[in-house]
Write a protein that binds this ligand. Structure first.
Ligand code: ADP
Length: 397
């Protein structure tokens, strides 16, 4: 059984073809700059790279190229699309409608479209990917896996905002969270490391990438998470501000004569690491600048780790304890100093890491100090594998 996993963005299509007999990745690829100059497809098969450079005006052409690359005689891995048993799509926002992955039908597509109002950058692009796959592979079943689904288990007091209740009733304004696929996956692996059923654990999962969120996973279910109605809330991120006093927003808008759209763009794309430093959204650049003495870079890193620490502390309180803290995604898996900074002075809560063991990047590692009450793990995430597993389960039904 071979499953194609698709992450369709506004100008890109990321994909993986996974052989589910042994969960091995047959091909990984990226179509980028759809609709703009310099469009290309890049595919890797067993270390061999295959690049196609040509105009890619829309997602349909992009997806046609994906199929062409996968079935290419010299550089491909399958002889025809008929070998693909199912397509699994990542969808950022499933709102109140979905608490698990589902097979695509018209009703599912209509709900994804409805959720586009709270994920305007993501959901329309996902729908494009789904529609194009349906057109190009009409015989193949399509599945959608939602970033928000795992968080549907949050209790009311965690997901409600203290705004007039009518906005929840009229517009579904509440916390939905994101990165759920990743939080669920690493929490499950952490429970295995603890030697316990996930239902018997309290785990705090820190998905720290360009977008970053922390989740309190109680008894294997999301209990609270730092991202909110949109992926803007919570931690300091590459280009997103995370938590701020909401009153700052109308204040700045008035002073700078900004539209809601312009303000939204500033908070999503011009803030975070980039906004504080003016250098970059990438932690590697910020760390380099900080080492060279750039004070804003030093400040941005301190703000990131301090905010993460606060969330960890608050989730220990929310769950009345914690068995393990997990670090995952780009910064979580690779940011040695960042992990050290976040875990510093958490010993009151029983969280202490071993700096020697922490000297690790990108592999499952127990970095707990010998005298730490709480386990701390680095666990590489694998959202594509979760999507592929869910897809396999649903297409095999
Ligand atoms: P996303 O999927 O949200 O785009 P990723 O999970 O790929 O993000 O994480 C990107 C972040 O991870 C960037 O800030 C990058 O600097 C950081 N990162 C990746 N590799 C390393 C590394 N070796 N050391 C420190 N940070 C890293």
């Amino acid at each position: 059984m071979k499953i194609l996993v698709i992450n369709s963005g506004s100008s890109s299509i990321k994909y993986q073809l996974i052989d589910m007999t042994d969960e091995s990745v047959l091909a990984v690829g990226l179509v980028e700059r759809i609709g703009i100059d310099g469009a290309r497809l890049e595919q890797e098969v067993s270390g061999h790279e295959y690049v196609i450079e040509q105009a890619i005006p829309d997602h349909e052409v992009g997806m046609e190229l994906v199929i062409a690359a996968l079935t290419d005689e010299e550089n491909g891995v399958i002889s025809s699309v008929d070998e693909i048993d199912g397509v699994g799509h990542r969808v950022v926002q499933g709102g109140k409608f979905f608490d698990k992955s589902v097979l695509v039908d018209d009703d599912v597509k209509a709900k994804i479209k409805e959720c586009a109002k709270i994920a305007p950058l993501h959901n329309p692009a996902h729908l494009m990917g789904i529609n194009v796959c349906e057109e190009l592979m009409p015989e193949t079943k399509q599945v959608v896996t939602f970033d928000s689904a795992f968080h549907q288990s949050m209790p009311e007091e965690a997901y409600m905002y203290a705004l007039p209740y009518k906005y929840y009733e009229k517009y579904d304004i509440r916390r939905y969270g994101a990165h759920g696929t990743s939080h669920k996956y690493v929490a499950q692996l952490a429970a295995e490391q603890l030697g316990k059923a996930v239902e018997e654990t309290k785990i705090i999962t820190c998905h720290l990438g360009n977008g970053a969120s922390i989740t309190a996973v109680k008894s294997g279910k999301s209990y609270d998470t730092s991202m909110g109605l949109t992926p803007l809330e919570g931690l300091v991120m590459g280009t997103r501000c995370g938590d701020i006093d909401p009153a700052a927003i109308p204040y700045i808008m008035e002073k700078e004569d900004l539209s809601p759209q312009e303000m939204d763009d500033i908070m999503n794309n011009e803030s975070g690491f980039l906004g504080i430093t003016g250098i970059s959204n990438d932690t590697r650049d910020i760390e380099e600048a900080a080492e060279e003495g750039n004070q804003k870079a030093q400040l941005a890193l301190k703000m990131f780790s301090y905010r993460a620490k606060k969330y960890i502390g608050s989730y220990v309180a929310a769950m009345n304890g914690v068995d393990a803290v997990v670090f995952t995604a780009g910064i979580g898996e690779n940011g040695i100093e960042m992990r050290e900074d976040i875990c510093q002075d958490l010993d009151y809560l029983g969280i202490k890491i071993d700096t020697e063991k922490n000297n690790v990047r990108g592999k499952l590692t127990d970095i707990t100090a010998a005298d730490s009450k709480v386990k701390v793990y680095v666990i590489p995430t694998n959202e594509e594998l979760v999507i592929a597993r869910d897809t396999l389960a649903l297409v095999a039904e």
